[in-house]
Design a protein around this ligand. Sequence first.
Ligand SMILES: Nc1ncnc2c1ncn2[C@@H]1O[C@H](COP(=O)(O)OP(=O)(O)OP(=O)(O)O)[C@@H](O)[C@H]1O
Ligand SMILES: [Mg+2]
Length: 303
Amino acid sequence: MRNQHISPVVLNTQYHDLQLLRRGKVRDIYDLGKSLLLVATDRISAFDVIISNGIPGKGYVLTQLSAFWFSELWKYNDLIPHHLISTEVESFPSICHPYIDSLRGRSTLVHKANPLPVECIVRGYISGSAWKEYRKQGTVCGQLLPEGLQESEQFPEPLFTPSTKATDGHDENISYATMEQLIGHDIATQVRKASLMLYTRAAKIALTRGIVIADTKFEFGIDPNTKQLVLIDEALTPDSSRFWPKDKLILGESPPSLDKQFVRNYLDTIGWNHCPPAPDLPSEVIQQTSEKYFEILSLFTKR
Ligand SMILES: Nc1ncnc2c1ncn2[C@@H]1O[C@H](COP(=O)(O)OP(=O)(O)OP(=O)(O)O)[C@@H](O)[C@H]1O
Ligand SMILES: [Mg+2]
């Protein structure tokens, strides 16, 4: 399965007949008129800085895993719509066909939306920056929590902790009230409800595969035609989530991760100050990161 899909590492894509809208940290976004083509490269970023090395197969894993979730979570027609049209390159508009081999596996055709200027984070377990803040002042993103939580403990209820979506630089946590000022009361209510529903449903599925989703981030947009809220971007990937093996979760400790945390930990052990340029990753770290991405894909999709 694996070798079949592993083309050489792709850091930048260039398709001359397609209009490149922009390059994100990970995805190259092409404007196809009625739709967008999101091409997930093998780029990896840490602390919002793109690293010069690519991770073999990463774009494939991100694309397949998001597609898995869009299909799995939308089985019962009870959620707001998502943006995905197809990941089957053969069904893409004909202008994409000359590039079909290079697009295969890593590309998603989506409905265009106007992205909301917020990132919607849901936390089920206390970890990372949330743990640091709680230990210092008993709050997580400003929300007061019961005393006595241990590192990696499950919250009594999942927390919705929005942040800004910085066009450059670092996203900043914001209160729910600030989010309401940014996107309006009605959309804020819908976004919060959808985020918590999506997380809760995904976390339940993940547990049946032996995986804890400690936290995750969603992005939403407004469909320009219907003016409805839609889920956009990627969903529940190792770039946007913290995944832990359930059987390795020990209260008071930080579990081994099946996500990008592995790279962040490496960069912290060598004392990088998080300012660009990022140091190169050694080949063992690249290889192990690639293996972790494939491992989480196979745990979820049983491939
Ligand atoms: N359906 C959609 N309509 C419009 N924009 C979308 C849609 N889905 C995803 N996007 C945008 O495409 C980009 C995806 O690329 P990528 O994940 O590389 O970006 P990022 O680095 O995470 O974000 P950014 O560069 O915006 O900080 C994001 O900016 C996301 O908001
Ligand atoms: Mg992104």
